[in-house]
Design a protein around this ligand. Structure first.
Ligand code: UFG
Length: 342
């Protein structure tokens, strides 16, 4: 087992249905549950997820397919759901909001109806710091107003509201986990971040270090921050996975509703991340300064103590060089195996 501390993990009653379990955070969470000997079933349509990341029983299905959902709930009788499946591109959500309302909001409704019909009442939900919108204060605690500025953020907030309403009316128990910037890869090297297209900073800088792209563009260096570039709170994907398991434990202990931020409380600028990537990889990266990207707040840093108070969760792998180092090992191995097979 990796350095994840299983002795501190709650006993979970399964099976647990993981939607989006072939994706980045979903596959890490499935892996941890299975390490803890919790029966799982992954539901993924593989539109963004990866077959090779799937672990254990798998249902290739779409949350738009209510008959498939009904069959999956009848067959596997999940005791709880961890719901990752969603569209996740902020920029695309602006140009194609319909996809986001359909796949994030409507498909979540389908899932909740299936849970209701089959008497499954516990759900851990992937929310986002994007539900807060432009920060009115830093760090952003859980009491910060939720005023999202993108359709992506708005769909995540609609989903939180739906969970809240279903909880009050139908006894659903839910945990909404508001991630800051998910990053890193499994320390074992087998799981990591693969998006198509890739838009996230750390993998893009590492692709430049690997020579898979010529350079990294820094989106703006005239922000009101110490080095002029945007600051984000990068949280290790294995720490995120652990938070989901701890949240499931709390729901199964009888807590009805909880929402918390998942971040480290420490911010790093774009230039600091690029430095870390060069340091860890030992390879230089060509950097160019580009215009600001629309909708990027200068600083997003997690605050609040709900994760610690309600889940007993704190990040264990928060050093930037560790986060970047795990991502580097994963992408280096990917590049080497792509080269071998070409
Ligand atoms: N950046 C660059 N160059 C790049 C890519 C990113 O300078 O090529 C910068 C961005 O402008 C931003 C920072 O690096 O300042 C991090 O950008 P990411 O795209 O990696 O992540 P975001 O902070 O934009 O997005 C994250 C999550 C989203 C979530 C959003 C909330 O990935 O799911 O935070 O604002 F919605």
């Amino acid at each position: 087992m990796s350095s994840q501390n299983s002795s501190a993990m709650p006993a979970i009653t399964g099976p647990v249905l993981i939607t989006g379990g072939a994706g980045y955070i979903g596959s890490h969470t499935t892996r941890l549950l299975r390490q803890l000997k919790v029966p799982t079933v992954v539901l993924d349509n593989l539109s963004a997820g990866h077959q090779r990341f799937v672990q254990g029983p798998f249902e290739k299905a779409d949350l738009g397919d209510c008959a498939a959902l009904d069959r999956i709930f009848s067959t596997h009788k999940p005791k709880a759901v961890v719901h990752f499946a969603a569209k996740t591109y902020v920029g695309e959500s602006v140009t194609e909001p319909s996809k986001y309302y359909l796949e994030n909001v409507h498909f979540t409704w389908n899932l909740l109806e299936a849970m209701r019909a089959h008497g499954c009442r516990d759900i851990v939900f992937s929310s986002s710091c994007a539900t807060y919108g432009n920060p009115q204060r830093i760090p952003i605690d859980e009491a910060h107003p939720q005023l999202p500025i993108s359709p992506y953020g708005r769909t995540k907030l609609h989903m939180e509201h739906m969970l809240e309403d279903f909880s009050r009316a139908y006894g659903l128990r839910f945990a909404a986990l508001r991630y800051f910037n998910a990053a890193g890869a499994s320390q074992s090297g087998e799981l990591g971040e693969i998006h198509a297209p890739e838009t996230h900073l750390i993998p893009l800088v590492l692709f430049a270090a690997l020579g898979l792209r010529q350079k990294i563009s820094v989106f703006g260096n005239d922000y009101d921050t110490p080095d002029g570039t945007c600051i984000r709170d990068y949280v290790h994907v294995e720490d995120l996975a652990r938070a989901h398991v701890q949240a499931l434990g709390k729901l199964q202990d009888g807590i009805a509703r909880l929402a918390c931020n998942l971040g480290t409380g420490t911010g790093f600028s774009v230039l600091e991340v690029i430095d870390a990537c060069q340091r860890v990889s030992g390879r230089p990266v060509h950097v160019e300064i580009a215009p600001r990207r629309e909708g990027d707040p200068p600083r997003l840093i997690s605050g609040g103590s709900a994760a610690l108070d309600l889940l007993g969760w704190a990040p264990q792998r928060a050093r930037l060089d560790d986060i970047v180092g795990d991502a580097w090992r994963f992408h280096l191995a990917e590049a080497q195996s792509a080269k071998k097979s070409s």
